[in-house]
Ligand binder design. Sequence first.
Ligand code: UT7
Length: 329
Amino acid sequence: MSKIRAAITAVEGYLPDYVLTNEELSQMMDTSDEWIMTRIGIRERRMLKEEGKATSDMAAIAVQNLLKNNNIAPEEIDGVICCTVTPDMHFPATASIVADKCGIHGGMSMDMNVGCSGFIYGLKTASLYVESGFCKKLLLIGAEKMTSAVDYQDRATAPIFGDGAAVVLLEPTEEEVGVMDAILCSDGVGRKHLHMKAGGSLKPASHETVDAREHFVYQEGQAVFKWAVSKMVSVSDEIMKRNGLNADSIKYLLPHQANIRIINAVGHHMNLPEEKVLVNIEKYGNTTSATIPLLMWENQHKFKKGDNLILTSFGAGFSWGAIYVKWAI
Ligand code: UT7
């Protein structure tokens, strides 16, 4: 019997309408379009502005469109995994809120919080559920309302992040396509460089934590930058080597969109020409768990069945990884 693999058989995405430009940010803080474009490569990002709307609302629109466009009934879905660092609430899982909003009831649902590596970790985890036969139609979501976690008084982090959501459907296949290989890594020593100080069990919310602005992303950019380049390069190298891939046989690299300089460094190290490195950071900024599935959604028309794709990411934890996917549709 041939091996069962997990294939990505559909992709959808959602971006909120409101465009937060560098010009608007420059009116809020001491920054400029020139600085943000040169140092990060972001011109604008999306913002979910409507009162009472959360991460699950963006994810639910993406899921509803996926179901509708592929004629799938909610009852057919037997698993929902939502990768996010900006859940609607501490609990319950945002995945179960999304499922409910989409009429999906009774199956497995859970969140994964692995910072910007959420989707990479989620894809490997989801593929194991599918390969084992535990799930037949599993939705893997990357969704973030990062603007709810950003301090608009902190010019070092505010320009980076944006909101968005995307979802992929995973199904079993006996063909030589789907999730082919994965490397997932982490090192908790990096936690001091990238975290949220308060709101967890270590430092529950209080007047003091709010006054000290501790409920926002805290990032020491330079340390994260150095680790991100070095780890994304080494893990991409390793996954290429052990699968006999090279710059010619890779069709596209889908790197996490944190900084154009990191993306270029990874693409350069892999000897990939510019057109093989997918980029949308200029339009959407860093949407954390959503960057890679959003890239997939926007570029799927370019992919052909059997194309070799490499996905790679680095984020809080520290966590990083790379996945080799053979496109299935
Ligand atoms: O997705 C999760 C993983 N995250 C990442 O991969 C992010 C990795 N880090 C980065 O992308 C970059 O480190 C940042 C974009 C966060 C910062 O860029 P940088 O080139 O490392 O800048 P820096 O923090 O070293 O700051 C350089 C200068 C400083 O001024 P002085 O001390 O040289 O006078 C900052 O105060 O730029 C200043 N600066 C700004 N100036 C204008 C910092 N932010 C801004 C700003 N506008 N928004």
